[in-house]
Design a protein around this ligand. Structure first.
Ligand SMILES: Cc1cc2nc3c(=O)[nH]c(=O)nc-3n(C[C@H](O)[C@H](O)[C@H](O)COP(=O)(O)O)c2cc1C
Length: 183
């Protein structure tokens, strides 16, 4: 059976490219992909018409709101979770277990369950990393077994607003997801 990725996108640079650069390569490898967005990311991708393109290509509704108590999830069971791109805000909330939107709810639960791998690419800058709480957030996620796609060779840190249009390390992200599921 094809593995299913639960892809969470938050409102950082590169979220506008998840369809061609992350979803398409995984679909070509035989994966299925079910997308959930943070509320701000949903606003951005809705404004550009990208949400309906993602829904057409993946065959699943894009989620950004919680279901009603009597409803069932419109997404299938997930074999892997990936938060790409992850804002500094979303990384901090994941580390603290704050689940105040649908995207965080599903990934916080996945981290706690430990049944499926969780891959996170923090699309952050040097100022985010200099925040006094950043090191603790990264340590908490690593301790929980989260696969963090970080490092100077993968994503060197730039100062705020100094890297517009910078490409995300898409190939490394795809390979990390595939390797995480292989185990
Ligand atoms: C154009 C634009 C680009 C942004 N890019 C980033 C980014 O690359 N990384 C980041 O951590 N925050 C970025 N932000 C800030 C986040 O969007 C903001 O902190 C937001 O509240 C995060 O919400 P979310 O984590 O729920 O998506 C950007 C904001 C704007 C307006």
């Amino acid at each position: 059976m094809a593995p299913v990725l639960g892809l969470v996108g938050s409102s950082a640079g590169g979220v506008e490219q998840i369809l061609p650069r992350l979803i398409e390569p995984l679909l070509e490898r035989g994966w299925r992909v079910a997308v959930t967005l943070t509320p701000t990311a949903a606003t951005w991708l809705d404004a550009s018409g990208e949400i309906s393109r993602i829904e057409q290509r993946t065959g699943y509704p894009v989620r950004w709101q919680p279901r009603l108590p009597g409803e069932t999830s419109p997404h299938p069971p997930l074999d892997c979770h990936a938060v790409v791109p992850a804002t500094a805000n979303t990384v901090a909330k994941l580390a603290l277990g704050i689940a105040d939107n649908q995207a965080l709810t599903q990934v916080c639960e996945a981290i706690g369950l430990g049944a499926a791998p969780v891959v996170v690419f923090p699309r952050v800058n040097a100022a985010h990393v200099r925040h006094p709480s950043w090191g603790g957030h990264v340590a908490a996620l690593q301790l929980a077994g989260v696969h963090l796609v970080t490092g100077d060779d993968v994503w060197s840190l730039h100062e705020p607003r100094s890297a517009p249009g910078r490409e995300l390390p898409w190939v490394t992200i795809v390979e990390t997801i595939v390797a995480a599921v292989r185990g």
